[in-house]
Design a protein around this ligand. Structure first.
Ligand code: MTE
Length: 318
């Protein structure tokens, strides 16, 4: 059994420091544009930090995915992130500059026709990129609304060619404690691991993200490839993925291993099921700091509620 101190994001939202208190926006933006080259020298891509897929953005917006609220300002979303591989605070963009994005290989393993590895640029160019406006609701009771670019996860599943015996897809982040100092904290069960059922992974809403705000994904959002499953709490949306493993066994995920009483496998958003230590009835919208009511399945019930019908006895909402 792992014994560890509670991660900072378990604190009640009322105790969180409002970002305007600690964030000097101008200083932050300046730091984003400088400094990456010194940390990641050597290769041509690293020296210039030019994304080899930059020409694919902005991707065409898919108008089927509209919002009920304004988009979060880019500067607000980019300055308030969870990326424990680089530390347990929100202003993680600085530390995340150490993330080395190329070469980057993604593997498809387990119950697939043939296990294989693919270079990230080859993968992205093989996929039909589009932009979708999605809400995101963190289990800590803050939320944002952003324009993700990427491709339907169902396309990735098609590409991976899983066997019919596959019931789950497990996703993992890189493991490199030399690069990501947070991974030196051995009480966390690295690498970050998440999973979906095959029905969830092929639901139209499950989205593989490669960009945001019409550009390739900045590092702190989980470049070069992350998940967005907007009907689930944000911790399901695993960042900087290197491995997709198809399996017939339900995985025990990162936060579930740490505290299964508080963070389960399903983690669907539900305002009526409180976190053991705080209410999930409302959320603080990043940027405006206004509180708005939280919606069942984060407002995506029409698309996903049927996935869970008849699942009696499962802890679907935590
Ligand atoms: N993925 C990895 N690899 N490491 C993380 O720490 N944090 C999760 C999720 N994915 C996390 C991760 C949590 S708790 C949240 S709320 C979202 O990423 C935050 O995404 P954002 O920083 O893009 O808002």
């Amino acid at each position: 059994m792992l014994i560890k101190s509670a991660p900072s994001w378990q604190m009640p939202e009322r105790e969180a420091t409002p970002e305007h208190v600690f964030l000097n926006r101008r200083h932050f933006l300046a730091a984003l544009t400088v400094g990456t080259t010194a940390l990641i020298g050597g290769r041509a891509f690293a020296a210039k930090e030019v994304d080899p897929t930059a020409d694919l953005y902005p991707a065409q917006r898919n108008k089927s995915y509209a919002l009920d609220r304004p988009l979060t300002e880019e500067s607000d979303a980019a300055a308030y992130n969870n990326f424990y591989e680089f530390g347990s605070h929100k202003r993680i963009a600085m530390e995340a500059r150490a993330l080395k994005l190329r070469p980057w290989t993604v593997s498809f393993e387990g119950l697939v026709e043939k296990e294989r590895q693919v270079d990230i640029d080859t993968l992205i160019r093989a996929m039909p990129l589009e932009e979708r406006l999605y809400r995101m609701r963190c289990v800590e009771a803050w939320s944002m609304a952003v324009p993700w670019s990427g491709f339907a996860m169902s396309e990735l599943v098609k590409y991976a060619k899983p066997l019919s015996s596959a019931k789950y897809v497990v996703m993992q982040t890189f493991l490199d404690p030399k690069m990501a100092s947070g991974q030196k904290q051995v009480w966390y069960p690295w690498p970050y691991t998440e999973g979906l059922t095959m029905a969830e992974a092929t639901n139209e809403l499950a989205f593989m993200v490669t960009g945001i705000y019409g550009k390739p994904l900045p590092k702190q959002f989980g470049a070069p490839l992350r998940l967005a499953v907007p009907w689930k709490y944000g911790f399901k949306s695993v960042k900087s993925i290197v491995r997709f493993k198809f399996t017939d066994t339900r995985p025990v995920t990162f936060w579930e291993k740490i505290q299964s009483a508080e963070y389960g496998f399903w983690a669907n958003v539900n305002p009526e099921v409180d976190h053991p230590r705080w209410s999930q009835a409302s959320e603080r919208v990043l940027g405006t700091n206004k509180r708005v009511p939280t919606l069942p399945y984060n407002g995506y019930g029409e698309q996903v509620a049927s996935l869970y019908s008849g699942m009696k006895g499962e802890k679907l909402f935590m």
